[in-house]
Design a protein around this ligand. Structure first.
Ligand code: UDX
Length: 445
């Protein structure tokens, strides 16, 4: 007889929790999504994702209708499932160190919900946590609150998540790897079995290791990717001083070397998003506390912060003083296909533009509601790219939305007061814009 597939639960319905829970449900697993935020739970239960993510709304509606996914704010419902993933946020404290409040609270609630359960239960830490956290923070709380010890009745693993916003659904259906960290073979085997069922026997490369190594893999991955972005932005800034040199050509050529690879070599206004800055700060802080200064990662962050000033400097090169100038900013989200503005380069650029006295009018296909919460009345928001461009002295293209890629030089020229454009995302072929004053990150002129 075929063994029954495990039912799974997720505590924390943010980006990782909701996307992963929905995909697990779509794969046919009985899934329970739990969050303490009642409004969020009601919204999700009504089939409306609280954030913009391509493909999520459709999948959410289907899995709710099929009753494969159930969402609640009642943590005791974990008891009906076999495996619980902890997917709560791990934000930064003001000093950059990791704030473990949510994960500790979730472990506490989960532990007490499991106290009277007599069947085996596996707990999986999916939140990004600094090396050592699963064993030294989550485990004692879980054991204390459940009255059980990790072993025959209670399992525990670390299983970091590598999904990207904008492609979260696809990334969850086909991850490039699975990392399972555990000191307990039964726990690791159970989780591996779950993924075997999920992937119908065709497991992606799977790394079985200790919790600490699994935790470190996540930080190493994000630190490398962030450093790759700061690296190409550094090269871009040098290219900019060399007439006729284009960072795009340089990136293409170096990317053909398999030791370098073509991905993550797109020069731009600097990285944003909920992970890179937060995780680098947490890693630097953790490392410092252990007596090592990771100079490379500090430089990665410094280059990133400085990149916003480089973008503003390009607009100054075109306009001189920015005081009382009308600057159109196209794109607010930290990358395309998301409404997320956390740590977005646009926010850093807008801040600098405003400090220099510019009047900013911004447009984004998805992120305006989030931007309004953060920027309030400090800038003007436009309904579409054309009204943002109307009467502008300069336009800065900040996000690589397909909608902006389609715009032609004449779309800019017919709307703008002055034909100045700064392509911070390298969306356009400079040749197509030769009738305008066109500057771009990494384009020597
Ligand atoms: C990242 C990691 O990629 C993912 O594995 C992890 O789980 C979470 O953090 P995400 O924040 O969704 O994912 O975005 P990502 O696609 O990695 O981009 C991060 C930032 O780097 C964006 O602002 C993006 O525009 C920028 N970037 C990326 C560049 O400027 N150039 C590039 O070549 C690639």
């Amino acid at each position: 007889m075929r063994k029954k597939t495990a039912a799974v639960s997720f505590i924390g319905l943010g980006y990782v929790g909701l996307c992963t829970a929905t995909v697990f449900a779509a794969k046919g697993l009985k899934t329970v999504g739990i969050d303490i935020d009642k409004d969020k739970v009601n919204q999700i239960a009504a089939g409306k994702p609280p954030f913009h993510e391509p493909g999520l709304a459709r999948l959410l509606k289907t899995t709710l209708r099929q009753r494969r996914l159930h969402v609640t704010n009642d943590t005791t419902e974990v008891e009906k499932t076999d495996i619980t993933f902890l997917t709560v946020g791990t934000p930064s404290k003001p000093d950059g160190s990791i704030d473990l409040t949510y994960i500790t609270n979730a472990a506490r609630d989960l532990g007490s919900a499991l106290r009277n359960k007599d069947k085996y239960h596996l707990v999986v830490v999916k939140s990004t946590v600094i090396p050592g956290t699963t064993t030294s923070t989550v485990k004692p709380v879980l054991e204390r609150e459940s009255g059980k010890t990790i072993g025959p009745d209670l399992g525990m693993c670390t299983n970091p998540e590598f999904l990207k916003e904008g492609t979260a659904i696809q990334d969850t259906f086909s991850p490039d790897k699975i990392v399972i960290g555990s000191n307990d073979p039964k726990s690791a085997n159970r989780l591996k079995l779950l993924y075997q069922r999920f992937h119908r026997g065709k497991l992606p490369p799977t790394i079985l290791t200790t919790p600490e190594t699994a935790e470190m893999i996540k930080y190493a991955s994000n630190a490398f990717l962030a450093t790759k972005v700061s690296y190409i932005n550094t090269i871009a800034n040098i290219c900019q001083t060399l007439p006729g040199v284009n960072v795009e050509t340089v990136a293409h050529a170096i990317g053909l070397d398999p030791r370098i690879g073509p991905l993550f070599l797109k020069a731009g206004p600097g990285y944003g998003g909920s992970c890179f800055h937060k995780d680098l700060q947490a890693l630097i802080n953790y490392s410092n506390n252990n007596g090592y200064e990771p100079a490379l990662f500090r430089a990665t962050e410094e280059v990133n912060e400085e990149q916003a000033s480089r973008v503003v400097a390009l607009s100054e090169k075109l306009l001189g003083q920015l005081d009382h100038r009308r600057i159109a900013v196209l794109g607010l989200s930290f990358k395309k296909d998301t409404d997320d503005i956390r740590e977005a380069a646009s926010v850093r650029v807008i801040d600098r533009l405003r400090k220099k006295g510019a009047h900013v009018v911004a447009y984004d296909p998805a992120a305006v509601p989030n931007a309004k919460k953060l920027l309030a009345n400090s800038i003007e928001f436009a309904e579409d790219p054309y009204s943002a461009l109307k009467g502008a002295d300069c336009c800065i293209v900040m996000t690589e939305w397909d909608e902006f890629r389609k715009l032609k030089a004449k779309d800019y020229q017919t709307q703008m007061r002055l034909p100045n454009i700064v392509d911070a995302r390298r969306l356009y072929d400079p040749e197509d814009f030769k009738d305008m004053n066109f500057l771009a990150v990494g384009l020597g002129s």
